[in-house]
Design a protein around this ligand. Structure first.
Ligand SMILES: [Zn+2]
Length: 203
C-alpha cells in the first residue's frame, strides 16, 4: 500500500488527532463516548457555581440547549426534579447517555447505524421548549423519565412521543418476533411510559 493512499489517510486520521490533543495538553470532551478535544467550558449550574464541564464544539451546543432547564420552573418543581436527580436522573447527562447507548446499540446490531445516528441528532436539534411551550409549563420529572423510556428526551414533541410509541410497540410485540415474549418487559415499560404521558396531558 502506498503511504499516500486514501486508505492510509483513513487509518491515520484518529491517531494524529489524539496525539495532537495530547501534545497541546487539551483535555478531551467530557461528553460520554466523545474523544474530541474539549475546548469549550460549560457551567455545571446550580449548586456547582464556578465549575465547568469541558466539551467539544458539538457537545457544548447540545449542552447549552438543555442548560436553562430550570428557567420558569416553580420551587417545588425544582425540588421534585432535584430529588429525582439524586436517584440518578440527570437530564444533561441523560441525553448523552441515551445518545451513547443508542449509538452503541446500533453499532452492535450492525445495521441502520447511520439512520439511528441521524434520527438522534434530529431530535437533539429541535427547539428545547417546543413541548413545554405547547403545554404552557415545564416538563415534570416523571414525563422526562417516560420520554427517556421511549428513547426520547425533553425536546420531544407529543407527535414524537406518539410515533415513537407506535414504532416501539410494533417492533417489540410478540407478533413481530415470531411469537417470542423476550421483549415483554420492555414492551410493558414502553406502554407504561406512554400511559404516563397521556395521563399527565403531555400527549
Ligand atoms: Zn464532544
Amino acid at each position: 500500500m502506498k503511504l499516500d493512499s486514501k486508505y492510509f489517510d483513513k487509518i491515520r486520521v484518529k491517531p494524529v488527532t489524539a496525539a495532537k490533543a495530547k501534545t497541546e495538553e487539551v483535555k478531551l470532551c467530557e461528553w460520554p463516548g466523545c474523544e474530541k478535544p474539549g475546548r469549550h467550558k460549560a457551567p455545571k449550574g446550580r449548586g456547582a457555581e464556578g465549575q465547568y464541564w469541558l466539551y467539544c464544539t458539538e457537545h457544548v451546543q447540545a449542552y447549552n440547549k438543555t442548560y436553562n432547564y430550570f428557567d420558569g420552573m416553580k420551587d417545588d418543581e425544582v425540588a421534585t426534579y432535584q430529588k429525582a436527580a439524586q436517584t440518578g436522573h440527570r437530564p444533561t447527562w441523560k441525553l448523552g447517555e441515551n445518545a451513547f447507548a443508542k449509538m452503541e446499540g446500533a453499532r452492535r446490531a450492525g445495521r441502520n447505524a447511520a439512520k439511528d445516528h441521524f434520527d438522534l441528532f434530529g431530535e437533539a436539534r429541535k427547539p428545547r421548549s417546543a413541548a413545554a411551550q405547547k403545554l404552557g409549563r415545564n416538563l415534570r420529572a416523571t414525563e422526562i423519565k417516560a420520554l427517556n423510556t421511549l428513547g426520547l428526551d425533553e425536546n420531544a414533541t407529543p407527535e414524537d412521543a406518539k410515533s415513537k410509541y407506535k414504532l416501539l410497540v410494533k417492533r417489540l410485540h410478540p407478533d413481530a418476533n415470531g411469537g417470542s415474549r423476550a421483549n415483554e418487559d420492555t414492551l410493558k415499560a414502553v406502554i407504561h411510559a406512554y400511559d404516563t404521558l397521556r395521563a399527565s396531558g403531555f400527549c
